[in-house]
Design a protein around this ligand. Sequence first.
Ligand code: R1P
Length: 327
Amino acid sequence: MKDVLSNANFPQDAQGRTYHVATKAGQVANRIITVGDQVRAHRIAASFDGGAPLFSFNSQRNFLTLTGTYNGVPVSVVAIGMGFSVVDFFVRECRAVVEGEMIIVRLGSCGSMQPEYGIGTVVVPKASFGISRNYDYFHHSTTAEERSSGALEPYLITKPLDADSEVHDALLAALDSSKPSPSSNLFDGSSVQAVGDTVNASADSFYGSQGRIDPAFIDANSNLIDVIRQRRPGVATLEMETFVLNHLAAAANDAIDLAEANAQPPPHKGKIRTGAVQMIFANRNTSAFITPQECETLERWTGKSVLAALAGITIPEERLHGDGVWN
Ligand code: R1P
């Protein structure tokens, strides 16, 4: 039987479990790795101390939370699925059950926009911007003149938002120090590489707003990749979550700053710091796609590296309020 939830504004059960992620205080660590798929989540959790999580829960809405320790430091891995809206569920609901500072790293797959970053390259972005479908452009009441004059564009491209620089540097250092050795069966015999200081684009669709062509739909996106490259030169990767993660962290941190400026108690006693590690699965320059064996190699390398980076970042005691029950 389902637990009774109360408070339509932010539904939680009597023990504080949230509506969709469905975890409560003591089940989620201050340091979190978020991933798209559950196979990747379990692969990362296999590197926890003792080789297994201490807490594991898959919610009715398919948010999987695995909490364990790495080098004795509590870390949660949360698999959330894909896209902007699941990041919103995940960040807000985990924020509601974690006291103190949070460090959230997205470990995801992506497409490459740069010919020199092929399958086997792992990218650590310093910033991310968003690309959203502009629904009114496609509305039947929009005139041809509005479309051709540029008054309405089919896709909205946001300003970039930064990741946390200490998290960025720790991720890159951890990846560099534990690279898998080259194998003739993988990545065409080439070495893997980790690249930092790049810019990412997060799109609200895998298809239309990433410039994929689908004649079954009107998408007005035949020049979208060129437009993105012109407006944000140097953009390296395309995926679907990192921008929203950075945006929600900034919104949470601004809420704390605003409360403090008004001499009010802050909504939370710690900020949210973010980072991302992006494995190139699709090369949008050549159309190459990763093999299952290459995927497993990258996920094991990056998973362990992100755990090590997170465990190595100090959160001062006064900003760490987790009660560490993990059950
Ligand atoms: C699309 O196939 C999914 O893959 C990428 C995109 O961001 C999107 O979520 O990331 P994940 O592999 O982490 O899901």
